[in-house]
Design a protein around this ligand. Structure first.
Ligand code: AMP
Length: 195
């Protein structure tokens, strides 16, 4: 199965993604993790991305699209993958469509995880204290939320029109949220090969 996970920062995408890839045995492709690794290794992509990520801005589309394209070309993605944090702009979504089309692959599902704004802010602040992520300060959190509303949320209409979008309530324990996701997957599974 080829799945995209969309949700605002702090919604619990990371936790749910991990559960989902364990359940489906597919690779977890997190552009946030890939970019942080590129920054640690001071690659050319990392140097460009760092400038944008420091203040909560998005890395440029061509940079992220190249990174994901190279990853999707690897053998372990042949039968599916979970894209977490990508696409984040309409431009990225269109590039992904093109990539999948050229490679004769389909997109099976787009999951949208949502919780209310107040709960999100609370979760992000607590993550910043626990993980000490540089991009989790109150100012960058607000920035990232605005970017999500302006640049990523329009993707929901885009995927809704493609009839692949399913919305999931992100409130509750991680187990409660995952059981909602699992029922969507199990409902689709007869029509899609999990291998
Ligand atoms: P995340 O770990 O998904 O919250 O991503 C952390 C940061 O990495 C984001 O705030 C962006 O600066 C950058 N980033 C991750 N994914 C993308 C993407 N698809 N497009 C542009 N920037 C991204």
């Amino acid at each position: 199965m080829r799945i995209i996970f969309i949700g605002p920062p702090g919604v619990g995408k990371g936790t749910q993604s991990q559960k989902l890839v364990d359940y489906l045995h597919i690779p977890h492709i997190s552009t946030g993790d890939m970019l942080r690794e590129a920054i640690r290794n001071q690659t050319q992509i990392g140097i460009i991305a760092a400038k944008h990520m420091e203040n909560g801005q998005l890395a440029p589309d061509p940079v992220v699209v190249q990174l994901v394209g190279e990853r999707l070309d690897l053998e372990d993605c042949r039968n599916g993958c979970l894209l977490d944090g990508f696409p984040r702009t309409l431009g990225q979504a269109k590039s992904l469509d093109e990539f999948l089309h050229t490679h004769g692959k389909d997109l099976d599902l787009v999951l949208n995880l949502e919780v209310n704004q107040e709960e999100l802010f609370k979760r992000l602040l607590s993550r910043s204290q626990i993980e000490g992520r540089d991009d989790d300060t109150p100012k960058t959190i607000r920035n990232r939320m605005d970017i999500y509303r302006n640049q990523t949320e329009p993707l929901l209409d885009y995927y809704d029109e493609m009839e692949v979008l399913r919305r999931v309530d992100g409130l509750g324990t991680p187990e409660e949220v995952f059981s909602r996701i699992k029922s969507i997957i199990d409902e689709l599974e007869p029509a899609h090969s999990r291998s």
